[in-house]
Design a binder for this molecule. Structure first.
Ligand code: WQD
Length: 345
């Protein structure tokens, strides 16, 4: 896809990350021109090769930390973007408990800098990467956006909740910003081309990359963290969404903001499939789809895990004209194809 000179430019912070890179592809497919900013602290430069293979051309990428005010100002001066999608943040739940100030400094300062620079350069549209972790364990399921946020389960989750408040308060001040905070559920899978996917650094904390690494023989066994929950098979329930569906939701969110003829607006929207799946069903579906028998054991509960959370997606369907289209089976097939590809390297 060759860029037309007048494709509207979108700043994608963290655009070399798992969700960011898939969103870059969806942006180009939708006629936008992404401008990536990434410090590659939690992503690999090979992602740019994957993007080039899929898109047939390079995507502008600045190597910079989003807390570097001089670097970020220079990018706003050089690139006439019409919107920002802000992915860049540290996101390891466990690490955030050990190093809370690293998370508060990085995740909050980068957002505040963006909110200061955007109005200065006439940029009004912001799509923010938030998380269902702000709900904690909801009392009602599926969880709606009206559900009060619960005290965060981790400093990481707290940075997401505080970020939402920072954006809301900024929008409510005389600052011309229109913002949507997308509360992701559990992103899984990979681009069907197997040119992009999840690249967990070290031992994966998340379920699906641990499954694919176990299936690939990188990990000897998967531990299922508890089977004594009050769920059909005793294991936790989550809403697993294909990363490409999630990427496409960001394009719809940008379009929504572009259409709004108001100076300021703010809203939060759940981005999930609306379906809850147990851990054991993820394992069973993976085995069925790949023909690989997974070596797993049942272990103790993981501290901080909620029992079950899955999305009410009525608002996303209505306000974004968006629905997750890919099945769990497709997500797991794509995750496995990606794992097989990177295991060959
Ligand atoms: C899913 C389920 C585990 C690993 C986290 C973040 C959240 C968001 C998504 C960023 C749970 C179980 C896991 C394993 C297991 N990230 N599990 N064995 O915890 O729902 O959400 O990632 O925004 O903020 O909190 O995802 O994939 O870690 O766990 O049994 O080796 O799989 O107990 O029930 P989680 P997860």
């Amino acid at each position: 896809m060759t860029p037309t000179g007048n494709s509207p430019k979108i700043l994608v912070t963290g655009g070399a990350g798992f969700i960011g890179s898939h969103t870059v592809v969806s942006l180009v497919e939708a006629g936008f021109e992404p401008v990536i900013v990434d410090d590659f602290s939690n992503s690999e430069r090979s992602v740019l090769d994957g993007l080039r293979t899929i898109l047939g051309r390079d995507v502008t990428c600045y190597t910079a930390n989003c807390n570097d005010s001089a670097a970020m100002e220079a990018i706003f001066q050089k690139e006439a973007v019409i919107g920002v999608i802000h992915f860049a943040a540290y996101k390891a739940v466990g690490e955030s408990v050990r190093l809370p100030l690293k998370y508060y400094r990085n995740n909050l300062d980068s957002l505040i800098l963006l909110l200061e620079l955007m109005p200065k350069y006439g940029v009004h549209n912001l799509v923010f990467s938030s998380s269902c972790t702000v709900y904690g364990q909801p009392e009602q399921l599926p969880v709606t956006e009206a559900t009060p946020r619960l005290p965060a389960q981790s400093p990481y989750g707290n940075t997401k909740a505080i970020s939402e408040d920072i954006i809301r308060d900024t929008v409510q001040s005389p600052t011309p910003i229109k913002a949507l905070a997308l509360r992701y559920f559990n992103p899984i899978g990979a681009h069907p081309s197997a040119e992009l996917g999840e690249l967990p650094l070290g031992i994966p904390a998340n379920l699906v990359p641990f499954i694919t690494q176990t299936a690939a023989g990188i990990r000897s066994s998967l531990t299922v963290y508890g089977n004594d929950y009050n769920t059909p098979d005793g294991t936790c329930i989550r809403d697993y969404i294909h990363v490409v569906d999630l990427a496409e939701a960001h394009v719809q969110a940008l379009r929504k903001l572009n259409e709004q003829n108001t100076d300021s607006s703010y809203d939060v929207i759940n981005i999930g499939t609306g379906r809850g799946e147990t851990v054991l069903n993820i394992i069973k579906t993976f085995e069925q789809e790949t023909g690989v028998n997974l070596n797993y054991t049942i272990g103790p509960r993981r501290p901080g895990d909620v029992e079950q959370v899955y999305a009410d997606v009525t608002k996303a369907n209505r306000d974004l004209n968006w629905t997750a289209r890919r099945s769990l089976a497709e997500s797991l097939r794509d995750a496995w194809r990606w794992q097989q590809k990177i295991s060959l390297k």
